[in-house]
Design a binder for this molecule. Structure first.
Ligand code: ARG
Ligand code: ASP
Length: 737
């Protein structure tokens, strides 16, 4: 009831103090906290339900649970779940590595893969995991003596030098790696002491029918039915330190790994997420938020809607096209859907309106404050700068999404390397040879490219571009358009039939017969001409101005952050996410943003089976899973004849948190984070506790799939399974006991 009143007042933009209070249900917490600062939150975390000391979560002695959390690859999180380096992460985080290992004979996407012993674990070339051993606030060493208002170019140079020097000192003192990153928009700097392991092997990967169940349709959606997990193992040198791959490397010996609690959770239970959130921008001005909300997101959504329509149509026509575009489609659709949720969430919350209100209060304060003279002009400067940049941002978003979103135009950039070849003045044979090699290197692009599909994308996207950007069209575009009697279809036919870059065969034929004067053919290629036109326009009219704008805005953002913190000393500011190790905490909680439909906090296997559709690629439940369901053969992992699959909680997460351990009040693993609910994807800009939920795979579903579906019970023997709510973990943190 109170929720409804609340929503109405929010929708109408009337933000009363009362609404503000009511909108924050107990236990929903905004914030991605630096683990080394948790002491300051211990009291609150305890109040919310935490039962272990925070120095068990992170400490300086090397015995904290931070040693059981890794940056997985370049943008996901993983957690250690055995003393032998076993790592749990998401299916979609292991996907790229598995693609490299999978073939039509060994199709791990269709059949899954579960090693039967360590010998069967498969090395994943190029995959790394990074541990954060320790973090330290080094702000003094980086910022001392630098004035706040020094302009960024000069400031940046001094800071870069200090960072390099300090990183070196930490690295040589610790014999590990050291990275320093800015926090609070550059008002603080922290060093992370890290170790990156590079012999990582695939251990378990459920088939897509479990690990990617529901595909793009269920992506960003609660209720969710995906078993989005996979398992890897870290291998080390004999000294347990990072080492290159070697067959005989032993598994990494982990002193810290997560105990797994299978006793479940109920609504209201305390949870934490420990991982690497990528980006949040909670403290930006209304002007910057409006650029996202009313320029960047809508343009990207409109352009991608067109592209996805075309791709979807062509993918349904042939299996070949489906395979070529399925992975690209997932990537394009992931952002497309998230931004729609984001716009809606910002809208429902009147987020820009609230920021404007806040800015009024800030300005009042800034007009009178004595010791921060720069505060007074920040917002005006931001407004003026943003207003000047709006048109450029709009135009460049169309350039990026509607023009460079056409694969052939983007591929036009490849002509640059071909042209360079001709400039070298090589003898004919060598020229041919070099061009052939270049053409072969582009094989990866053509393997997943269909020119007929892309031609339709060209027609659809350039129609959008011509309508929306009439005043900005580069000459090449208008000339071509006019030359084809303003018929975009005719223009497309011509471009795709005459471009050498439209197929690998044409490119190969060109390379095989190339003569020294043939660079003129490339210089006249329509894909190159269109790419070059857009690129030149960006270089001359947009990029340098936007670069200056972002540099200036960054300068203002830093001052604004500093001033906001000075104004509101009682408020607990967390630093925006920057893909460094963070802890967020919240509660297991259903979702009822708008009523009357309330979504429970948990999904179960019967719902998965009810969605089964043998004609669908994404809703086809594997036969074996259905058999296990029919027999209720859940082993130790079922709950009164049911099998939990996924659950939601109110933890603040972001992209990068995929694969993060979701922990209970004792720091034991109860699930693996993998997504957010559609209603709350705006949490990167605005966290609304009524709508923001992180989605996790229930650990019992993971264990059930490993043991009963994958037949890999030997892995479970390595783990430390805790069954009851009451007992504390046996060997969660053996060193410190
Ligand atoms: N939304 C998830 C995240 O942003 C991606 C989940 C992968 N699944 C998919 N259907 N694309 O990474
Ligand atoms: N799916 C995201 C990831 O891969 C998580 C999120 O954005 O909530 O990191």
């Amino acid at each position: 009831m109170s929720l409804k009143i609340n929503l109405i007042s929010l929708l109408t933009g009337g933000m009363s103090f009362l609404a503000c209070i009511m909108a924050t249900p107990a236990g929903a917490k905004e914030g991605v906290w630096i683990p080394a600062t948790l002491k300051a939150h211990e009291k609150d975390m305890r109040k919310e339900g935490l039962e272990i000391p925070v120095d068990q979560i992170y400490n300086e002695n090397g015995t904290g649970l931070n040693n059981a959390v890794v940056l997985f690859g370049k943008g996901c999180t993983g957690e250690l779940i055995s003393s032998k380096g076993l790592i749990l992460t998401n299916h979609h985080c292991g996907y790229g590595s598995v693609q490299g290992l999978s073939s039509t004979e060994n199709d791990y996407f269709a059949n899954g893969y579960f090693a039967k012993n360590m010998q069967e674990e498969i090395p994943c070339k190029g995959l790394t995991v990074t541990f954060i051993r320790r973090m330290e606030n080094v702000t003094d060493r980086i910022l001392t003596g630098i004035s706040d208002t020094m302009k960024d170019a000069a400031r940046d140079a001094i800071i870069a030098e200090r960072i390099a020097k300090t990183e070196k000192e930490f690295a040589s003192a610790t014999h590990m790696d050291a990275q320093i990153k800015p926090y609070y928009e550059g008002n603080q700097y922290w060093v992370a002491i890290t170790e990156t392991y590079r012999d990582i092997r695939l251990v378990g990967f459920p088939p897509n029918g479990i690990g990617a169940f529901g595909g793009d349709v269920e992506n960003w959606i609660w209720p969710r039915h995906t078993g989005d997990f996979s398992m890897f193992r870290v291998y080390a040198g004999a000294d347990n330190k990072p080492a290159d791959y070697a067959k005989n490397n032993p598994p990494y010996r982990a002193d810290q790994f997560f105990a797994i609690n299978t006793s479940g959770y109920k609504e209201g239970d305390f949870t934490m997420v420990y991982g690497f959130p990528g980006t949040t921008k909670e403290y930006i001005s209304s002007y910057e938020l409006k650029q996202v909300y009313s320029i960047i997101d809508p343009i990207s959504i409109a352009a991608r809607s067109r592209k996805l329509d075309v791709w979807t149509k062509h993918m349904a026509w042939t299996r070949e096209n489906f395979l070529k575009y399925t992975s690209k489609r997932a990537g394009v659709a992931n952002g497309w859907k998230k931004w729609q949720g984001e716009v809606r969430g910002l809208d429902v919350n009147n987020a820009t309106g609230k920021k404007e209100l806040y800015e009024k209060g800030f300005q009042k304060w800034a007009d009178t404050v004595q010791d921060m003279p720069f505060a007074k002009n920040i917002l005006t400067d931001m407004r003026k700068s943003a207003q000047k940049a709006d048109a450029l941002i709009r135009q460049d978003q169309y350039n990026k999404e509607a023009v460079l979103g056409v694969e052939l135009i983007q591929q036009g950039s490849a002509a640059e390397s071909l042209i360079t070849c001709f400039r070298l003045g090589l003898p004919k044979e060598q020229l041919e040879d070099t061009l052939k090699k270049l053409a072969a290197n582009m094989g990866g692009f053509y393997k997943n490219y269909d020119a007929a599909t892309d031609k339709d994308v060209f027609i659809s996207l350039l129609t959008l571009y011509f309508t929306k950007c009439a005043a900005w069209l580069p000459e090449e575009f208008t000339t071509e358009y006019r030359a084809h009697n303003q018929d975009i279809v005719a223009m497309a036919e011509d471009v795709y039939s005459s471009s050498i870059l439209a197929s690998q065969d044409k490119l190969n034929a060109f390379a095989a017969a190339a003569k020294s004067g043939d660079s003129t053919k490339i210089l006249a290629d329509p894909a190159w001409l269109l790419y070059n036109a857009i690129n030149t326009m960006r270089k001359e009219k947009i990029t340098p101005f936007l670069k200056d704008y972002y540099t200036h805005m960054h300068y203002l953002d830093r001052l604004y952050m500093k001033a906001q913190m000075a104004r509101d000393k009682k408020k607990d500011f967390y630093p925006d996410a920057n893909l460094t190790l963070r802890v967020s905490y919240g509660k297991v909680k259903g979702l009822d943003p708008e009523g009357p439909a309330t979504y429970s906090f948990q999904t179960r296997l019967n719902e998965v089976v009810a969605l089964d559709d043998s004609t669908s690629d994404i809703f086809k439940v594997p036969k074996k899973l259905k058999e296990l369901y029919r027999k209720k053969d859940y082993g130790r992992w079922g709950v009164n004849g049911t099998m939990p699959v996924a659950f939601i909680a109110s933890n603040h997460t972001s992209g990068g948190n995929s694969g993060s351990p979701v922990l209970n009040k004792k720091g034991e693993l109860i699930g693996t984070n993998f997504d957010r609910a559609y209603e709350g994807t705006m949490s990167d800009y605005y966290f609304d506790p009524n709508r923001c939920r992180n989605i996790s795979v229930d650990i019992r579903y993971t264990l059930f799939v490993i043991e009963k579906f994958g037949g890999a019970g030997w892995l479970i023997d390595e783990m430390n399974i805790v069954k009851s709510q009451g007992t504390s973990p046996k060997s969660q943190n053996p060193k410190s006991r």
